[in-house]
Design a protein around this ligand. Structure first.
Ligand code: PLP
Length: 523
């Protein structure tokens, strides 16, 4: 609540109307206890009300505009620039969440969210987050959080089995795919025995240019990884793709050969299962053959599509990955697990350990070295780690393998259905195959005589305008990409609440927008 605003909420408008009564042992404000935390009774009362608030939020989410309809700076302008000196009652906090925060949210759990890779949280995942915040363990080593370490191994073993990876892979949780891939490339580099851990890379004349390969369609995170690891952007070689946006393996072979001839040191290939622009799947078996021949580390970026492998008939998308050295998959993308939770599987935990293990004296323990004890902090940059496994374990248990597969299968069906509408509409066209739940398409109403360049310019502008019109509707949110230099609309389905009706409505708005904007354009 702004400091100078009237507090005139209507009765029952927020959960705050039921909470926040002062306690006897409170401070001068009458709300927060003078010392210590909120009492258990107060916590219970606010907590119940908070769950009601969340349940209401999900019930009314479709009435909210999916894309925040605010200008930049709106929220900052409405909030006090200085912190409150005295504590404030929970009811005022919640009122501000209703009045100020919710309108400034883009609602990722809205069923009309089709942008980027549509994702969503789920009830068991939210409960997992709540408990994890309550336990608040810092899983720096086994004894600091035995449950966190052991549950992580169990949950990741379950997930590994569900996607069909062999038990030669073990997993570790990081926050995001960007960070998982960073660790994979660091492990790959460690395997070169170049003494990078001890000596670094700067000031060395004994090192050749190290090369990482990824397709032109690979995620920008790969480039950020080489920047962060001090390899430099020039170490990343982008490999051309075929007509369906998959890595061209013959071109990859040529790049490697050229680089070896130039005295460079190829060491890692990042293949993508489910690229960000189109969800294309690189030919992993052929890339694995090449990596084996060339003795290169193969990392598979399955951040989005990896979850689809829990659907038995879609397992083939990871074919060849069993021969990879590492693979990243984001349950926070398409496994209904709240952000953030990314999983790195690798057959070379030893190299990850070699790259990152550093145990200061104060963290040495009796259990060190025992078989069941894996201190996850020795396998990455972070020392303290959140108890992320809990929300994944709860999500897997609540939905079960079949329940997760059924939801993902349905998303793929909806994407195929949408694609069939696009295909059969004369003024629209698909711009990429639809292997999973992402559709790339555009409006292409014809116009009399125009050159190819004029057509491209006209359709780019029209499709961009259509996207803005759809997003301004508040009912659906789409994003775009560029494919073969054409402005391309993307409709990604991955939200647990999305049904055929929502996809149908998005199609209706798209067609109406095209009709209106296309004719305004003189089409
Ligand atoms: N890899 C792919 C294929 C992606 O689509 C994305 C994000 O959408 C990423 C990596 C990066 O994900 P994160 O936000 O978890 O770093």
């Amino acid at each position: 609540m702004t400091q100078d605003e009237q507090r005139d909420e209507p009765e029952g408008a927020t959960i705050g109307t039921t909470i926040g009564k002062p306690q006897s042992d409170t401070d001068a404000t009458g709300f927060a206890p003078a010392l210590g935390d909120m009492s258990a009774d107060e916590f219970r009362r606010h907590g119940h009300a908070m769950i009601d608030w969340i349940a209401d939020y999900f019930e009314r989410i479709e009435q909210l505009p999916v894309l925040a309809q605010v200008e930049p700076g709106t929220l900052i302008a409405k909030l006090p620039a200085t912190p409150p000196k005295a504590g404030e009652p929970m009811e005022e906090l919640i009122a501000d969440i209703d009045r100020l925060i919710v309108p400034a949210l883009t609602h990722w759990s809205h069923p009309g969210f089709f942008a980027y890779f549509a994702t969503s949280t789920s009830a068991p995942g939210i409960f997992g987050e709540m408990l994890s915040a309550a336990f608040d363990v810092k899983a720096l080593l086994w004894r600091a959080a035995p449950a966190a370490q052991e549950l992580e191994e169990v949950a990741l073993s379950w997930l590994r089995q569900m996607i069909g990876l062999p038990d030669t892979f073990s997993g570790i949780i990081y926050d995001t795919a960007s960070v998982s891939t960073l660790h994979a490339i660091a492990a790959a580099r460690e395997g070169l025995d170049l003494r990078v851990r001890a000596d670094g890379m700067s000031g060395r004349t004994d090192l050749p240019l190290l090369r990482v390969y990824a397709s032109e369609q690979a995620h920008s995170s790969v480039e950020k990884c080489v920047i962060t690891l001090g390899l430099g952007q020039r170490s990343l070689r982008r490999v051309p793709t075929d007509a369906e946006f998959r890595m061209d393996v013959a071109a990859l072979a040529c790049c490697i050969e050229e680089d070896r001839a130039a005295g460079h040191l190829p060491f890692c290939v990042v293949a993508t299962a489910g690229t960000t622009s189109t969800s294309s799947i690189d030919p992993i078996p052929a890339i694995a053959d090449l990596c084996e021949r060339e003795r290169l580390w193969l990392h598979v970026d399955a951040a989005y599509a990896g979850s689809a492998a829990v659907v038995p008939e879609l397992r083939h998308i990871l074919e060849g990955s069993e021969r990879a050295d590492s693979l990243v998959l984001n349950p926070h993308k398409w496994l209904f697990t709240p952000f953030d939770l990314s999983v790195l599987y690798t057959r070379r935990m030893d190299l990850l350990h070699r790259a990152f293990s550093l145990v200061p004296e104060y963290l040495r323990t009796l259990e060190q070295g025992r078989e069941a004890v894996r201190n996850h902090s020795e396998y990455g940059i972070q020392l303290g780690r959140r108890f992320r496994a809990l929300k994944l374990w709860m999500t897997i248990r609540y939905f079960g393998h079949d329940g997760l597969a059924a939801r993902i299968r349905e998303h793929c069906r909806l994407a195929r259905l949408f694609a069939s509408w696009v295909e059969s509409a004369p003024d629209w066209e698909l711009l990429a195959p639809v292997p999973l739940s992402l559709v790339c398409f555009r409006a292409c109403p014809p116009r009399g005589s125009e050159s190819a360049d004029e057509r491209t310019t006209r359709l780019d502008r029209l499709n961009e305008e259509i996207m803005h019109a759809v997003n301004a509707s508040g009912e659906a949110f789409l994003s775009h990409t560029k494919l073969d230099d054409r402005f391309t609309l993307r409709l990604a389905i991955g939200n647990i609440r999305t049904t055929e009706a929502h996809v149908g409505r998005a199609w209706q708005i798209l067609q109406e927008s095209c009709g209106r904007l296309g004719s305004a354009d003189g089409v």
